[in-house]
Design a protein around this ligand. Structure first.
Ligand code: ZN
Length: 344
């Protein structure tokens, strides 16, 4: 997550209307079963999304003898409102955005320890926060590398980023994810829903599917594909209530107006200890708790919901990207014409 949900609500509402499903599109949700010794890969656009969307899933996979790996596409350094808030400066410097990114990475490490001791492998690619969708569009058009809108860097500025010499380019992001798939050989991939209302999340989902397309075309076995949702208008219920409602005994369902796309929905029922650890892990994101405690709390429920992508969706990812670019083309106009993406 990055960006104040209230600031994106207007844009998000417009997007939701643009993709509103026909009446009666609601589908049955089935229970998600986690097998023994799964290899789980979680793709996360910003530090905290992995826990919001799949914290309980990581715990379950580990408790069943499997492994979990988290790849953060960005360090979450583009959250302008939060950096303005933290520094007291109307126009923070690039170094202050980088310091904010370092803080969020430290929080992510602490959150992963909360969920899995030292058993969750965490890595950051350091691509530009707030710039993933532009990266996707540019990649699709074979245009020039993107410049991060906040850190003024053309390469990931974090020493721990795995690919420091990689310039910001969508082809590199696809390759990095492909490399991770080859290395991890995942049996389950949890990734952002390509219909998420946040542009970084949509793009992260599509980049994951693009990497999976190459991976399976070269003979890699198709993992189970679980899309998680973070940003959607008016969701999760109770996100704007202060103090947060006592929601941990309730289930969390995907929004009824999220298009079903002919896909199944699955829900992972969490035990009390798993719910507690998810809450503790989110508590480690102090920088985000300062900005949106009620939003984070609204994700701590006794279930985690996913859309299960059918394997043949991976083969159709090119069409999905083209549809996506057409749908969001009006948001890709010169600065000053289009509202700024959230978090900027
Ligand atoms: Zn995010």
């Amino acid at each position: 997550m990055t960006g104040l949900p209230r600031t994106i609500l207007g844009i998000a509402m417009a997007l939701a209307l643009a993709v509103a499903p026909a009446a009666g599109a609601e589908r049955e949700t089935r229970a998600l079963e986690v097998g023994a010794r799964e290899r789980l890969l979680v793709v996360s656009p910003h530090p905290d999304d992995e826990t919001l969307g799949a914290g309980g899933l990581m715990e379950r996979v580990l408790s069943r003898g499997g492994s979990a790996r988290v790849v953060l596409l960005t360090a979450g350094d583009g959250y302008v409102e939060a950096v303005v808030h933290a520094t007291g400066l109307p126009r923070p410097r690039p170094t202050q955005y980088i310091a904010y990114g370092e803080r969020r990475l430290g929080e992510a490490r602490a959150a992963m320890r909360e969920l899995g001791g030292n058993r969750i492998r965490l890595q950051v690619l350091g691509f530009p926060d707030g710039g993933l969708e532009q990266l996707l569009h540019a990649y699709w058009r074979r245009s020039h590398p993107e410049l991060s809108p906040t850190t003024a860097a053309r390469e990931p500025p974090y020493p721990e980023a795995v690919a420091r010499d990689v310039a910001y380019d969508g082809a590199d992001l696809r390759r990095e994810l492909l490399h991770i798939l080859r290395e991890t050989q995942p049996t389950v991939v949890a990734f952002p829903d390509p219909l998420d209302a946040h542009p970084d999340h949509r793009a992260a989902g599509l980049f994951t599917l693009l990497a999976l397309e190459t991976w399976t075309r070269e003979g890699g076995p198709m993992p189970k594909l679980l899309a998680y949702l973070v940003h959607w208008p008016g969701w999760p219920p109770g996100w704007d209530q202060a103090p947060p409602p006592a929601s941990e005994s309730h289930s969390l369902e995907l929004p009824t107006n999220l298009p079903a796309r002919g896909q199944e929905r699955a829900s992972l029922a969490l035990g009390q200890a798993e719910v507690r650890e998810k809450r503790l892990a989110l508590g480690r994101y102090a920088s985000q708790q300062e900005e949106m405690a009620t939003v984070l709390a609204a994700f701590v429920r006794r279930t985690e919901p996913f859309t299960v992508f059918a394997p043949d969706e991976v083969g159709h990812v090119d069409r999905m990207v083209e549809r996506h670019i057409l749908r969001h083309a009006e948001h890709d106009e010169p600065a000053g014409v289009t509202p700024a993406p959230p978090g900027r």
